[in-house]
Design a protein around this ligand. Structure first.
Ligand code: MG
Length: 398
């Protein structure tokens, strides 16, 4: 799926009282706009970046993004909504599947949030969009004539931020229908069109710089060498990491084996502490290898009775969660099953489907293969099944 980012930088930022619009102000020696844009241009899952700017800022803009690979900027309109519309219209001739809309004044957007939003739309075909949001923790008061009239229940209340990710055709249609109306974000435009919009939990670190206090906070975060600076996305560059996994399980009594979570009829079962899914164990070890996070036995000791008979997708889900913690983005998996029996080919597509689902990867990034060993060795003697896997991720390096 092709993924475009539209970054909104057409606002005037009047609340800061600075001569320059806020997105061109410098934070830690770099314009806010450039910090924001670089998070997207460096993200391995974002294909193209489209800026929407104000005509008065053309010179500032050229200076701020010098050397970055971007689509030619378009000019915004009189409102945020019009500016988004102009950006979307400029992409209309492209084969965009997904479009992520983001405010230039949020330079601390995390690559993991971007990945999580993309994974959510890949995983959930029924959703038209997702919004980065934070559950409300403050208590809300309604105030009338200077006095509190009501405490508003906060359960189910979220603060919507950006990025907001949508299926391209759906959000274009929603924006067309909303021309002339006044909405404060794109989710509201989508909701008005009856689209199904989900939530991706975001971090408060992805704050919008609109006041002097927030500008000061951003500058403190970006003091070189500070802990906050190291933790912020400013220094993030992705590098590829590859991990190799290998596993073997022995045949025993039974009439089916579980491979990639798929039950496959067989003259034997596989013996193991868990469900003995040799394929998922190899993939899990490969992913842990790519993350430099030890092996499956470190995380799930075979001596621990709670994993007896466990479905092995919990091991893989754990490794995927570790990847998310490291802000690593899964890129690809290639799995080879080595066995004389059962025949893998009739079940290969189901295995691939399940692996793609568990890893939140598109099908083209998931490969399942099988081979025999020509009757040689333990697999040739039908004593068991071996599996090897190789997993590639992109992970942030300082
Ligand atoms: Mg194993």
């Amino acid at each position: 799926m092709s993924s475009y980012a539209v970054i909104l930088a057409a606002g005037r930022g009047s609340r800061l009282g600075q001569p320059q619009p806020k997105q061109y102000l410098s934070v830690g020696g770099m314009p806010i706009l450039r910090r924001t844009v670089e998070v997207f241009t460096r993200h391995p899952e974002i294909d193209h970046v489209q800026l929407v700017i104000h005509p008065d800022d053309a010179a500032d803009y050229r200076q701020a993004v010098a050397g970055l690979s971007l689509r030619a900027a378009v000019f915004g309109g009189d409102s945020r909504q019009e500016s988004v519309f102009n950006g979307l219209m400029n992409l209309n001739a492209e084969a965009a599947d997904l479009v992520m809309i983001h405010d230039a004044a949020r330079p601390f957007v995390s690559p993991a949030t971007i990945s999580a939003a993309l994974a959510a739309l890949r995983d959930q075909p029924a959703l038209d969009g997702v919004v980065a949001a934070i559950p409300l923790t403050d208590t809300l008061k309604r105030v009338e004539d200077g006095l509190i009239s009501e405490t508003v229940p906060r359960a189910d209340l979220w603060r919507a931020q950006t990025p907001q990710l949508f299926r391209f055709g759906a959000i274009v249609a929603a924006h067309r229908a909303a021309v002339g109306a006044q909405f404060t974000d794109d989710a509201a435009v989508a909701e008005a069109a009856g689209l199904k919009i989900g939530i991706v939990p975001d971090s408060a670190a992805n704050f919008k710089i609109t006041t002097m206090d927030e500008l000061e906070r951003a500058r403190q975060i970006c003091v070189p060498g500070s802990a906050a600076s190291i933790a912020s996305t400013m220094a993030v560059t992705f590098a590829p990491r590859t991990g190799l996994g290998f596993d073997v399980h022995r045949f025993g009594p039974g009439d089916a084996v579980t491979l990639c979570g798929v039950s496959v009829p067989c003259a034997y079962g596989l013996i193991g502490h868990s469900d003995a899914d040799v394929a998922l164990h190899a993939v899990t070890d490969a992913l842990l290898g790519a993350l430099g996070a030890g092996d499956i036995g470190d995380h799930f000791p075979p001596s621990d009775p709670q994993w007896r008979g466990a479905a092995s997708d919990i091991f893989l889900r754990h490794a995927v969660a570790l990847a998310t913690q490291q802000e690593a983005v899964l890129q690809h998996v290639d799995l080879t099953l080595i066995c004389e029996i059962p025949k893998i080919a009739p079940h290969r597509q189901a295995m691939r489907d399940n692996l793609a689902r568990l890893l939140a990867l598109p099908h083209h990034a998931v490969s399942v293969k099988a081979t025999t060993t020509e009757g040689l060795g333990f697999t040739g003697r039908k004593e068991g099944i071996a599996a090897q896997a190789i997993v590639t991720v992109q992970r942030p390096i300082a």
